[in-house]
Design a protein around this ligand. Structure first.
Ligand SMILES: Nc1ncnc2c1ncn2[C@@H]1O[C@H](COP(=O)(O)OP(=O)(O)OP(=O)(O)O)[C@@H](O)[C@H]1O
Length: 305
């Protein structure tokens, strides 16, 4: 078997807690991502999604475990990994265009200024920011516009791995839909690998090949890897009629509303082995009608064996 593009092996993160105790946010987190995959991660607030993303970005170190990308251990940030945070992280003294150009110049140092500008402008156009907004500084833009600049900057640098931390949270529904479509186009054309945090199950089903589900913290785990068996290209309006759609959706909602807490409350295994998430295909068992959510029996396949 070929080595996965991204390997997360035995990851744990502990912070100093109250008194002398350590707060274990998550531990024994193991999963792989193949080259070109689009993977979303969902879990309740505080389970450690952003911490995992920061470790993948090389911006934070795990307490235990290793992340390997393209066969090399991740240690520190790299232009091969582009990050879009919830809080934009733009350079306040530069215009929107110059913010994007800054990233592009660093990524492609041999390009001429004209090429850098043209390329940056193209990505700002994709996110709908070329009507004068490109010459404004972040303080002169709305929150949603700033977020679009930061999305354009990450996409324009064409990293091998795109890390997106709730990138569309601040956008109105219409803009969000447009940028989701652009993201899918860019991803499909570029063969980039995407890892994205979202709280929106419909967004995750629309975008992802697989959705990782995290149980509640502390001691959170990546419990399941849900395969989205809905063919591409996916269109919002048509996708909801696909037989797999509500089975997947029910499965995700059931996990978030019930099982994420049950897993957290159950005794932890102390086997010490590399615990892989269960691969679940709720959409694969579509021969029998399933009239209500409670009766959906996902087809479970364990990767652990
Ligand atoms: N520097 C830190 N020091 C102490 N605790 C921290 C630190 N950073 C994060 N935490 C704790 O780690 C836990 C996980 O935080 P993280 O931001 O990764 O969660 P999340 O799943 O991304 O949450 P959200 O969905 O709300 O963004 C939280 O309990 C948080 O308080």
């Amino acid at each position: 078997m070929t080595q996965p593009f991204l390997e997360i092996d035995g990851l744990a993160k502990r912070f100093p807690g109250s008194k002398d105790e350590l707060l274990t946010v998550f531990e024994n987190v193991n999963f792989d991502i193949q080259k070109g995959e689009f993977v979303c991660i969902i879990g309740h607030s505080g389970c450690g999604k952003s911490t995992i993303m920061n470790v993948l970005a090389g911006l934070d170190e795990p307490t235990e475990g290793v992340v390997t990308m393209d066969g090399k251990e991740v240690s520190g940030p790299s232009l091969d990994r582009g990050v879009v945070f919830q809080n934009y992280s733009l350079l306040p003294w530069l215009t929107a265009l110059k913010n994007v150009m800054f990233g592009v110049k660093a990524r492609f140092p041999s390009w001429s200024k004209e090429r850098v500008e043209e390329h940056s402008y193209e990505y700002l156009r994709m996110v709908g920011l070329t009507n004068g907004a490109e010459h404004r500084k972040p303080s002169q833009l709305s929150g949603g516009m700033r977020q679009r600049v930061s999305i354009a900057r990450a996409f324009a640098t064409q990293p091998k791995l795109l890390l997106l931390d709730e990138p569309f949270g601040a956008l109105d529904a219409l803009t969000r839909g447009t940028i989701q479509d652009e993201l899918l186009k860019i991803w499909q054309d570029s063969g980039q690998t995407v890892f994205m945090i979202t709280h929106d199950v419909d967004e995750a089903i629309l975008l992802a090949d697989r959705i990782l589900l995290m149980s509640n913290g502390p001691f959170a785990e990546v419990a399941e890897s849900v395969v989205i068996d809905i063919p591409r290209p996916r269109k919002r309006a048509e996708m909801i009629h696909h037989p797999a759609y509500y089975k997947i959706r029910n499965h995700l909602v059931d996990f978030l509303s019930r099982r994420s807490g049950e897993i957290a409350a159950s005794p932890r295994e102390s086997s010490g082995g590399r615990r892989q998430p269960l691969t679940v295909r709720p959409g694969a068992d579509d021969e029998k009608p399933t009239p209500d959510a409670e009766r959906v029996r996902p087809h479970l396949v364990s990767l652990a064996g």
